[in-house]
Unconditional design. Structure first.
Length: 505
């Protein structure tokens, strides 16, 4: 029996009235392929209702004290911590990632909640006194109003938490449009926020497809839009929302490279490549999908990666022994597999082919299974290198020098994250200054910043001027105002008004 996931508007779940417009989508368990949930797809009217609830709540929440906002967030943080397993179970059931990965996702989201709990430091203004006689100038930051977040399927809890905690801590109200492929985590978060005492309408959730997205991008009462997803959609989000006068941060896709120099610890590099390429089944924008081997180390590095990859246990996310789960949908599984089956014809050497993998277990025959694939000597013209695959496929490219590897990486249209593996501090320093990417790891394969530094890429991996969370997040969800003040001296008070100041100076 399937459950129904409805919208969360005005502090409660809202069931669709009989005869109302709007459709439903299906959510499957990736491990079994079975339909487990139907999710309401918002109509324009339902999106408008959510924005109206947020606008009404903003009239009060936008004027609330910092102490009131952070009190709610501290309570939410405690509830989130206590419900880690429950949220992780929802993620595994609808996304398919193993339970440990899901728990890690919640933990990274908690980092931003922690940051939001201490938002008072980021919201401090500046004051200059006596810029002229009796004139002071102050800079302050104020909330925007109603803001929206549009988030992807691969991190259904973490990415929303990259957005709404800072947004509501700054005094905004929020409308979330999560992925329709795994909607339940966002509803659990909404319940916890309500339990923490968040006023009705401050946080709302609408599910759906392009209809819901485009209405949020066009709605005159939405002041800003945050997005994480693929580059084509990020470009559409940025173009459309900007045309409607909104502030936009739109994080797009990636093709993250790991440059391995001849002096690197190859065992450490191989361990990092396997975990970074195949963790969470490769369904993450910071996955390492291209290893660039410099010089004669290529053969040995590929051998070490293969030896490790062959030992990865693939199975249901609910099995504690599983290290990688299935992909989110059957259609995505088939698309990922096509890059492997077509690789040899495009000049790649197929070292591992996981495209035909099936999991042996009763009840899991129709799961969205795929194995680990490793492609060597990949030309830059191959589709497996050019496209963001978003699955467990690792490409290895060969170059003769650091300069050639750097040029190859910088030629990519993407610039999300990158890494270098070396024992040479000078080489690492050159790389971090010369590489064209927004996040750089030195002997760290997935350099996702901690919560108090901002996350974001360059080139086609980011549209808009602000990165997400950290100081950039606070600036994105507020706007600056400068106040210049001049007061007459008390000694200049009108006759008959005694303020207790002498009049002889």
């Amino acid at each position: 029996m399937t459950k129904t996931v409805n919208h969360w508007i005005g502090g409660k779940p809202v069931e669709r009235a009989a005869g109302a417009s709007g459709s439903y989508g299906q959510v499957t368990d990736p491990a079994t392929g079975a339909v487990t949930t139907q999710v309401a797809y918002a109509s324009v009217e339902e999106v408008d209702a959510a924005v109206a609830a947020a606008r009404e709540a903003y009239a009060t929440w936008g004027q609330s004290s910092l102490a009131q906002r952070t009190t709610v967030l501290f309570k939410f943080r405690a509830l989130l911590d206590a419900n880690r397993d429950a949220i992780a179970e929802l993620i595994t059931a609808e996304h398919g990632k193993v339970h440990s990965d899901a728990l890690g996702e919640v933990a990274r989201g908690l980092e931003i909640v922690d940051l939001a709990c201490g938002i008072s430091v980021q919201l401090k203004g500046e004051l200059s006194t006596q810029v002229a006689s009796r004139v002071d100038v102050a800079s302050i930051r104020q909330p925007l109003g109603v803001v929206a977040g549009i988030t992807p399927f691969n991190f259904p809890a973490m990415v929303p938490m990259w957005m709404f905690p800072l947004a509501i801590a700054c005094g905004n109200t929020f409308v979330l449009k999560p992925s329709e492929k795994d909607p339940s985590a966002s509803m659990k978060i909404a319940e916890l926020l309500s339990e923490a005492g968040l006023p009705d309408g401050v946080f709302n959730v609408v599910h759906g497809d392009k209809v819901a997205v485009d209405r949020l991008l066009e709605h005159p009462d939405v002041a800003a839009v945050s997005f994480v997803g693929s580059t084509p959609i990020a470009r559409h989000i940025h173009t459309t929302a900007s045309a409607h006068g909104k502030r936009v941060q739109a994080l797009g896709g990636a093709k993250n490279h790991m440059l391995v120099l001849p002096d690197a610890d190859l065992d450490a590099a191989a361990d990092a490549a396997v975990s970074a390429a195949y963790g969470s089944a490769g369904e993450r924008c910071m996955a390492i999908s291209a290893v660039v081997a410099v010089g004669a180390i290529g053969d040995e590095l590929v051998t070490k990666i293969r030896e490790r990859a062959e030992k990865i246990k693939i199975g249901p996310g609910t099995d504690p022994a599983s290290e990688m789960g299935p992909l989110i949908t059957a259609a995505h599984r088939d698309k990922v597999a096509s890059y492997v089956t077509g690789a040899a014809a495009q000049g790649c050497e197929v070292v591992l082919d996981g495209s035909a993998y099936t999991y042996e277990g009763a009840g899991y025959e129709d799961g969205h299974w795929i194995g680990l694939s490793l492609l060597d000597k990949v030309p830059t013209s191959a589709d497996a290198y050019r496209d963001e695959i978003f699955g467990p496929v690792l490409c290895v490219l060969r170059v003769e020098s650091y300069e050639e590897g750097l040029a190859l990486i910088n030629a990519s249209p993407f610039g999300n994250g990158t890494a270098i593996f070396t024992r040479d501090g000078g080489a690492a320093r050159r790389f971090q200054l010369e590489v064209e990417a927004g996040m750089v790891g030195v002997n760290v394969p997935i350099p996702v910043p901690v919560g108090y530094h901002s996350f974001g890429g360059w080139k086609d991996s980011l549209f808009g001027d602000h990165h997400i969370y950290g100081n950039d997040g606070t600036h994105f969800y507020t706007r600056g105002k400068v106040v210049t003040t001049r007061w007459p001296d008390p000694s200049d008070a009108p006759a008959g008004v005694d303020l207790g100041f002498p009049r002889n100076h």
